[in-house]
Design a protein around this ligand. Structure first.
Ligand code: PMP
Length: 424
């Protein structure tokens, strides 16, 4: 059994005061993290873990990255005032850099404090631009927890209400291993999904505003269609004037190794009309945003501001983090070290399904019980990984992007041992 790292009285306090209760079901005994460095974190009992999950949460590059710490401290000592009513140089600089990196021509950026708000705004822009509240989303998707974003979240366990201000049509394309799609080749799968999309559009009455899609489904368990699927979708969307929103909250910033953005695995399609980002861009500070073609971004008729979106302190953190990422070619690192990680898991001969790419590696398992048991064993061995999947039946491996090859081998060995103990 695992030693208590958290006082039970403290747990009770937490349960009385804070929703959600997810904490109660993630680990048998919750972990309280107190500090981190590089790719490691420590809990309140002093136990050290190799962090194979924090990269996708908020720690894009490394825990306690000195450049980010310095930038935050300097900015905090200067000014913290956070209103877009005034000019702020860090925000303008960051917007220019992100617009240039996005691949979207004539791009403008709107900063938000979270991924949910980024997608909320993307949907607001698309529905306003197209004068329609009808949208397309992929089954098994996750786009946030606000009223609109829940309305495009196809993963049932994350949709606490079925009411929505949007009319959503769910299409196939995210999950390849379920139902009648399991036996299809890449080309057959793509053709089936395109036929499904065309069929859906044939049924739809009136205008459809947009398709929102994760290039690799994050919460959904790192599942995706074949490369090029979204390009095939794009051809259909273009015929109908439907906008493409790429949710890059998990797939952005080089995590997939081969590409800077997830949509580039569907490169022939060209850039999406709208791209959303969040999570690790400011390495732990609260930041999200929308990049869109100016014509789409400017479709809001009235003023729209966010008090905390693009605050000087989060922008200073993001600028330092992004500089570190680019100067150290962490995208290349994700490709190289991700390959090491995948190879080690393949060599293990364990009957698991490997998904994703780069440092976004999914491990599909038999069932949720096996995933939960593996998570516990990994914890005991000193490794943090994430859960996910359509039925909670997958593990998510997404370390900070500075992971070394040695750490990849070490972590893979721990994960393989945890999987063996769980009899995966
Ligand atoms: N989109 C995707 C793909 C996500 O994974 C998440 C968070 N899990 C969100 C949107 C929502 O981001 P946030 O939690 O910052 O609101």
């Amino acid at each position: 059994t695992t030693a208590h790292t958290v006082d039970p009285a403290e747990l009770l306090r937490r349960h009385r005061a804070v929703t959600p209760a997810w904490l109660a079901t993630y680990y048998r005994e919750p972990i309280e993290l107190t500090h981190g460095e590089g790719r490691h974190v420590w809990d309140s009992a002093g136990k050290r873990y190799l962090d194979f999950f924090g990269g996708i949460l908020t720690t894009m590059t490394a825990h306690a990255l000195p450049e980010v710490t310095r930038a935050v401290a300097e900015q905090a000592g200067r000014i913290l005032h956070t209103s877009t009513l005034y000019l702020s140089t860090p925000m303008v600089e960051l917007a220019e850099q992100i617009a240039a990196l996005s691949g979207i021509p004539d791009a403008k950026v709107f900063f938000t404090p979270s991924g949910t708000e980024a997608n909320e705004l993307a949907l607001l822009l698309a529905t306003t631009h197209r004068r329609s509240n009808q949208v397309l989303a992929l089954r098994n998707s996750y786009h946030g927890r606000s009223f609109s974003t829940i309305g495009v979240t196809g993963n049932g366990s994350w949709s606490p209400t079925s009411l929505s201000p949007l009319q959503t049509l769910y299409v196939h394309g995210g999950v390849r291993t379920a139902g009648p799609f399991a036996q299809l080749t890449d080309d057959q799968f793509t053709a089936a999904c395109v036929a499904d999309l065309e069929d859906m559009l044939g049924q739809a009455e009136g205008t459809v505003a947009a398709l929102i899609a994760e290039p690799i489904q994050g919460v959904g368990g790192f599942t995706s269609g074949p490369d090029g699927l979204l390009a095939a979708f794009k051809e259909v969307l273009d015929r109908h004037g439907i906008l493409w929103i790429s949710d890059e909250v998990q797939t952005g910033w080089g995590r997939t190794g081969d590409h800077f953005w997830g949509w580039q695995a569907h490169g022939q399609a060209g850039p999406p009309d709208v791209l959303t980002f969040a999570k690790g861009i400011a390495n732990g500070m609260s930041m999200g945003g929308v990049v869109a073609r100016a014509e789409v971004m400017d479709s809001l008729a009235a003023n729209s501001i966010s008090t905390f979106g693009g605050s000087p302190i989060t922008c200073a953190a993001a600028l330092a983090n992004l500089r570190h990422l680019l100067e150290n070619d962490l995208q290349g690192n994700a490709r190289r070290v991700g390959a090491v990680l995948r190879e080690e898991l393949e060599k293990s001969g364990l009957p698991v399904e490997l998904r994703g790419r780069g440092l976004m590696l999914g491990v599909g398992l038999r069932d949720a019980a096996t995933a939960a048991a593996t998570l516990e064993h990994a914890r005991e061995l000193g490794l943090l990984v994430g859960k996910g999947g359509r039925a909670g039946d997958a593990l998510r491996v997404a370390p900070p992007l500075s992971l070394t090859a040695e750490e990849a081998r070490e972590g893979a060995a721990l994960l393989i041992e945890a999987l063996r103990r769980a009899q995966a």
